[in-house]
Design a protein around this ligand. Structure first.
Ligand SMILES: CSCCC(=O)/C(O)=C/O
Ligand SMILES: [Fe+2]
Ligand code: NI
Length: 180
């Protein structure tokens, strides 16, 4: 179940707010200009879908976002527990970073934890299948896929180059809860 847990950025052990209610989560995040919606990820993708299969299955969702916001490119990130790159990728995404564009992700399988560092607070969003999230450009954040990752997400970009991150060098992420 999707969840939002909020901490201050000075106290990593005691949450100040928590909910698994999609509407409450939406309201909290919208107040910070973060888009959070429950879409329908209802296509059968099989066990280990190729990127082209995922794109084809959800072209309608991509088209909708492109029509709305003029996004220019997209790709698929899919992780499984047997991926030999899982530790390297987990470590990379666990470093606080920003992007020069909105971070738009549509989860079509599994789950992952987005952690946003906004106005003195840490917003930990457990994103699951069906969740669409858009994090405003320039927001410091990190992402945890856990030690046994299982998710597939469509990433939508408003540039032709795809994923570009600027690492902040802040080690704050190390203090906050992670996925098992
Ligand atoms: C579910 S996409 C996670 C990886 C990524 O693209 C990113 O920018 C994490 O912050
Ligand atoms: Fe990111
Ligand atoms: Ni919970």
């Amino acid at each position: 179940m999707s969840a939002l847990t909020i901490f201050t950025d000075t106290e990593a052990t005691t949450p100040i707010w928590h909910s698994t209610d999609a509407e409450e989560i939406r309201q909290q995040l919208n107040a910070k200009d973060v888009r959070f919606e429950r879409w329908e990820a209802d296509r059968d993708l099989g066990d280990n879908p190729a990127a082209e299969t995922v794109i084809k299955a959800y072209q309608h969702a991509i088209d909708r976002l492109v029509a709305e916001k003029g996004y220019q490119s997209w790709d698929v990130i899919s992780m499984r527990a047997d991926n030999p790159q899982k530790e390297v990728l987990r470590t990379k995404f666990l470093s606080e970073h920003t992007h020069g564009e909105d971070e738009v992700r549509f989860f079509v399988e599994g789950a992952g934890l987005f952690c946003l560092h906004l106005d003195g607070k840490i917003y930990q969003i457990l994103c699951e299948k069906n969740d669409l999230i858009s994090v405003p450009a320039g927001t410091p954040h990190w992402f945890d896929m856990g030690s046994s990752p299982h998710f597939t997400a469509i990433r939508i970009f408003d540039n032709q180059e795809g994923w570009i991150a600027n690492f902040t060098g802040d080690t704050i992420a190390d203090a906050y809860p992670r996925l098992p």
